[in-house]
Structure formats: structure tokens, C-alpha cells
Design a protein around this ligand. Structure first.
Ligand code: UGY
Ligand code: MN
Length: 244
């Protein structure tokens, strides 16, 4: 049923809100039994790509020449890398350095958040190794001492990584303690609950399933609304000099 052209989706110079009613699905090269909803890409001004892959039973992702991070949103999957196969469940994630031969295979239907970024090398450290984990095993920390806002850093705080991926969980009524304006860009997937996101000079109602891109220096703030916690998966580039 059409909605006479109405949507919460909006594409602005320094931010994008993409809501599920506007998702367009298409396979990416190399995918088999899978389609992608591309949320953000260099075509829109980002320095990374983020998409949701929807895999049918037997589906696989294609290869990439970039670093790849993925987080299993739903279903089960198997990751074969460096000679071993790892069983993944919802909340599992993996980091694969550029050029790592691997196979992500879904025995049944599965949904995966995928982030790909060209690696920015650092003279100070070697590139990171393959990392496989589960969100449940990551100890959360309170953001700026607020116990109602818990952050889980899925990747180690190690300068070898040129990006971070965190989950942030807000109890109802919790909010960022400041409007942030920073050089890092963000890709954000709302996983649970909802609230109000300030992006630039606008305030948007957001809910589970929405995607947000924030360009460098996009003013940003979030407050959780409703009776259940709000949770999102958030990417940011970091650990590199702005001139790198
Ligand atoms: O890590 C961050 O910059 C995070 N606090 N930003 C956000 O939630 N919009
Ligand atoms: Mn931020």
C-alpha cells in the first residue's frame, strides 16, 4: 500500500536516515542465494560501505578486497576462515583483514550487518589479525559514568584497527549527555527500541530497523523513548590522523 509519497527517510548533506519502507534489495557481485540492502556507500560521500545481507538457506556473501566486519542480526551462519569453520549465532561478529579468504554461509535464512572499509595503514602498528567473537562475551562499560547507557566495544581498542564497531544500549529515558560534533563518521543500525535522533539541525523519530549515516562533524544526539531499551550497532572510523 503506498503512502502518498510519505516516508521518514531523508538524505541530507551531512546525514542520511533510511527507513525499512524505502529499502531496495539487489544482490552484490559474488553473492549467492542472498541480496543486499546497501545503506551507505562512497557514492553518498562515506569512506566505507554498510549493507544488510539477507541470506536464503545455502546463501553466501561474495568476496571483498576491503576489510570486512560483520555482525549476525538473525539466524545462524558458518564462517570458514584460516582452515576452521566457526558456528555463528545472533550477536556473533567477525573482523576479516583485507585480502582474507573466507566463506560466510547460512545453512538456514540469516540476516547479517556488513561493513567494508579500505584499510588505512599505520607506520606505528601492523594490520590486525582475524577476530571472531560474540557480543554476549564483551563486557559493557557505562558511557561517561551513566549506568543507563552501556557500550560494548566489539573490536579491541588497539591502534591496529582503523575503525570501531560498538553496540550502545540505552535504558528508557537515557540520552547522550552532550551533542557530539566530531571528525569521525558513523554508520548506525537501530537494533531494538527507539527514540529521537538529532542529526544536524533536525530531530527525527527513529525505531528498530532504521539506518543512519552521520558524516564527519554532523551534530548528533540521541534520547531513548518508550518502555523498552533502545539499542544500536554503530561504526566509526578512528585511530588515524585526519590527514592520513
Ligand atoms: O562513539 C560515538 O561517537 C557515539 N557516542 N556516537 C553516537 O552514539 N552518536
Ligand atoms: Mn558519535
Amino acid at each position: 500500500m503506498h503512502k502518498l509519497g510519505e516516508t521518514r527517510s531523508t538524505n541530507q548533506r551531512d546525514h542520511l536516515l533510511q527507513t525499512p519502507d524505502t529499502f531496495v534489495r539487489a544482490p552484490l557481485p559474488g553473492m549467492s542465494g542472498a541480496t543486499a540492502i546497501v545503506h551507505i556507500a562512497p557514492a553518498a560521500g562515506a569512506q566505507f560501505t554498510q549493507y544488510t545481507a539477507e541470506l536464503e538457506a545455502g546463501g553466501t556473501l561474495g568476496a571483498t578486497s576491503a576489510q570486512r566486519f560483520f555482525y549476525l542480526l538473525a539466524g545462524e551462519a558458518e564462517l570458514t576462515v584460516e582452515g576452521s569453520t566457526h558456528a555463528l549465532t545472533s550477536g556473533s561478529f567477525a573482523y576479516l583483514p583485507a585480502g582474507t579468504t573466507h566463506r560466510l554461509h547460512a545453512p538456514q535464512t540469516a540476516k547479517v550487518a556488513v561493513i567494508e572499509k579500505n584499510y588505512v595503514a599505520s607506520a606505528r602498528t601492523a594490520a590486525p589479525a582475524v577476530l571472531i567473537g560474540h557480543e554476549d562475551l564483551v563486557v559493557p562499560t557505562a558511557l561517561m559514568g551513566d549506568d543507563d547507557l552501556q557500550v560494548r566495544g566489539l573490536l579491541p581498542a588497539d591502534a591496529a584497527f582503523d575503525f570501531a564497531v560498538n553496540t550502545m544500549t540505552y535504558q528508557p529515558g537515557a540520552a547522550l549527555s552532550m551533542v557530539e560534533v566530531h571528525v569521525m563518521e558513523h554508520g548506525l543500525l537501530m537494533l531494538e527500541g527507539g527514540g529521537i535522533y538529532r542529526l544536524g539541525d533536525a530531530w527525527y523519530p527513529v525505531t528498530a530497523g532504521d539506518f543512519i549515516w552521520m558524516a564527519p562533524f554532523c551534530p548528533q544526539w540521541f534520547g531513548a523513548l518508550g518502555k523498552q531499551p533502545a539499542k544500536y550497532l554503530i561504526y566509526k572510523d578512528w585511530n588515524r590522523h585526519p590527514l592520513a
